[in-house]
Design a protein. Structure first.
Length: 265
């Protein structure tokens, strides 16, 4: 499987997965004292609907040392984009097509993306994932723009185009309560389940079909040898798997942040 094929959707995937391993072990050891209560009437978070149409989540501040449990931040560790994550129990109005476009654009062209793509292109070239791209600066440039095109394509397919057409909400809503297994299952299941713009659960066609469409579109600009059904299917499955791992990390980020990092926005 080619390394470059793994670059799509929520950009800093590799960092999220690596941090996720640390998060899982830390949370498993300290869960009883850090998870939100199962009673949804305790500690509910409210959000003013004004300005929510843009899709950016607003995190409650903790100026007096209050718990940050369940509260998402706009970035993870101040670097990794986390714009689509919604804090526990926050109620958001429907997101307009314009809001979805704005959010997809934020994700696709965040400054961290260009750094991530550069690293990914370097790895791909070092491993000669696509010999057709050749070596040197010209070859690196080919690796770079292919990785960037993959990322931008999937971001717009899964966060804007299909959500707008199907009236689905592309944001990730944090569960924030229950056992580790329950939360991990919930997060990964968001690959198949999402909300409509009217807050009803539905099949996540925006993710499944959108990721597949992005994998198919990549056949237009990859070398002919990479356009087989098998390799296109691999890109589709890998992209969705990485998206699922990212959802799991996003679910546990507030717990990890509350215990170790104390990042407030």
């Amino acid at each position: 499987m080619h390394v470059l094929s793994c670059s799509s959707a929520t950009r800093s995937r590799f960092l999220c997965i690596l941090l996720g391993l640390f998060a899982a072990s830390a949370i498993a050891q300290s869960y009883s004292s850090s998870s939100l209560p199962d009673d949804p009437s305790v500690g509910l978070l409210d959000r003013n609907a004004a300005g929510a149409d843009s899709g950016s989540n607003t995190t409650s501040q903790s100026s007096n040392g209050q718990s940050l449990e369940g509260k998402q931040t706009k970035r993870i560790l101040g670097i990794v984009p986390n714009f689509r994550s919604v804090s526990v129990d926050v109620k958001l109005p429907p997101q307009s097509a314009r809001g979805k476009f704005h959010e997809a654009t934020q994700d696709a062209f965040d400054y961290s993306d260009f750094i991530f793509v550069g690293a990914l292109a370097g790895i791909g070239q070092a491993e000669r994932s696509y010999p057709e791209f050749h070596e040197g600066a010209v070859g690196y440039g080919r690796y770079y723009w292919h990785a960037l095109a993959d990322q931008v394509d999937e971001d717009y397919e899964t966060e804007f185009i299909f959500p707008a057409l199907l009236h689905q909400d592309p944001r990730f809503y944090t569960l924030g309560r229950g056992g580790f297994g329950k939360r991990a299952f919930y997060a990964f299941s968001r690959l198949a389940i999402t909300r409509t713009d009217h807050d009803k659960e539905t099949f996540n066609a925006s993710e499944v079909v959108g990721a597949g469409a992005a994998a198919g579109i990549s056949d237009l600009y990859y070398p002919a040898q990479e356009r087989t059904w098998t390799k296109t299917g691999q890109r589709w499955v890998v992209n969705m798997g990485l998206d699922g791992a990212t959802y799991v990390f996003q679910e546990f980020w507030p717990t990890l942040n509350n215990k170790f990092f104390h990042q407030k926005d």
